[in-house]
Design a protein around this ligand. Structure first.
Ligand SMILES: CC(C)(COP(=O)(O)OP(=O)(O)OC[C@H]1O[C@@H](n2cnc3c(N)ncnc32)[C@H](O)[C@@H]1OP(=O)(O)O)[C@@H](O)C(=O)NCCC(=O)NCCSC(=O)C[C@H](O)C(=O)O
Ligand code: MG
Length: 353
């Protein structure tokens, strides 16, 4: 067994030192595109400034005979594009596929200095992260990369969910985890045929009316993903990494997409995937705290002084714990406002009201 003291030592001679804390950079939307698709690739220069993260997807949704085109397309795009503050991520093929090794070999040696995070699909346990961790260190050393590339796992098998805590803590490279509801549904043998979102059949029904057994009984649709997201959020928080809702496949149902994203935001997620340009604005809106909430949080922080004790504000009791919640909202708002001048203005205006 390796000593805990070795955790922050490079795994290969010449590789950069691992990070001690995951940098919190805005990542409200991880925008997926297929780098081998000419139409999507042509949109990269205009989409990059609108999104927090641009992700060149090499895995599912890229046809088997287009895998190399996608990989090479990403190399070309990364070399030709100046991304500014926007992060560049990729999703490699799954570790048991014929493409994963070449994905890593090519991307790290060709564009490793531009890649912030590598998303690894279908992660089942710490051993998958350990494999990627060592290989990345060797490739970083070979390519002369000076800052470590971080790793993001997708939670999309029943085994992965069972092992989510060990995955979250498997390496200092771990940046975050996303829910992969489509593969997870298949892995669990759920009887859905969707990518994320709810299902009208997954519901709770109101009790019968004792005085009128024929009276209609209301039903309430439940969230299929609540358990998994809550578990993922706890695992991520315990290990200081970031949780994300994954994809919402019904592109036209922007309202339900917004609801799913908001549930995830309220439960602790910092972002979601956007699969189509129309989902970018939804994620931006949902994963940026509302100006009124930020103004309230700042009012509580100002009133609470050193954050201890109890006070009443507008009829509501505030104490150390609400102070801490308000710090979460206010600090997130500060980070996002530093990237987004419109948001900064909206927060400043709400504070004056
Ligand atoms: C979902 C799509 C296939 C829809 O594409 P399309 O039918 O072309 O949509 P539109 O006609 O509305 O597109 C309008 C224009 O916008 C471009 N476009 C579309 N999507 C993107 C994008 N993501 N980035 C950039 N540009 C985009 C179109 O090319 C049109 O251009 P033009 O004709 O010039 O105006 C498509 O959106 C798509 O493929 N999206 C990505 C899908 C994807 O990445 N899927 C994988 C992630 S989800 C997953 O893997 C499941 C998960 O792992 C799990 O297990 O849960
Ligand atoms: Mg998947």
């Amino acid at each position: 067994m390796r000593s805990a003291k070795d955790f922050f030592r490079p795994l290969a001679v010449g590789a950069p030192a691992p990070v001690r804390e995951v940098p919190f950079r805005p990542s409200r939307m991880i925008h997926f595109f297929d780098p081998g698709n000419e139409k999507m690739a042509a949109k990269v220069p205009s989409i990059a400034p609108q999104v927090d993260v641009l992700l060149g997807n090499l895995e599912d949704a890229v046809q088997a005979d287009r895998k190399e085109a996608a990989r090479n397309g990403l190399v070309q795009i990364a070399k030709a594009t100046e991304f500014g503050d926007t992060q560049l991520w990729t999703r490699i093929n799954s570790l048991d596929s014929p493409w994963a090794l070449d994905d890593l070999l090519t991307l790290v040696t060709e564009i490793g200095d531009k890649l912030d995070v590598i998303m690894v699909p279908k992660v089942e346990g710490a051993e998958d992260i350990h494999y990627v961790d060592r290989l990345l260190a060797q490739l970083e050393a070979k390519a002369g990369i000076t800052r470590p590339i971080l790793v993001h796992a997708i939670l999309e098998t029943a085994t992965g969910v069972a092992n989510v805590e060990e995955i979250a803590g498997a390496s200092p490279r771990m940046q975050g985890i996303s829910l992969g509801p489509a593969d997870l549904a298949a892995s669990r043998r759920m009887k859905t045929t969707r990518v994320g979102g709810g299902h009208p059949g997954y519901l709770v029904r109101e009790d019968p009316n004792p005085s009128d057994s024929d009276a209609p009984r209301a039903t309430f649709q439940q969230d299929l993903w609540h358990y998994t997201i809550a578990r993922m959020v706890d695992a991520c928080a315990a290990h200081g990494i970031l949780p994300y809702y994954g994809p919402f496949g019904d592109i036209r149902d922007t309202l339900a997409c917004e609801d799913q994203f908001r549930n995830a935001f309220l439960l602790g997620c910092v972002g979601a995937w956007s699969l189509h340009p129309v989902q970018i604005a939804i994620a931006k809106k949902v994963f940026s705290p509302a100006p009124a909430d930020v103004a309230w949080a700042r009012k509580v922080i100002d009133a609470m002084g050193d954050g201890t004790g109890a006070v009443m504000i507008d009829g509501k009791m505030q104490d150390d714990a609400t102070y801490k919640q308000c710090l979460v909202v206010s600090e997130l708002a500060d980070t996002l406002a530093a990237r987004d001048p419109e948001l900064a203005e909206a927060y400043a205006a709400a504070e004056k009201e």
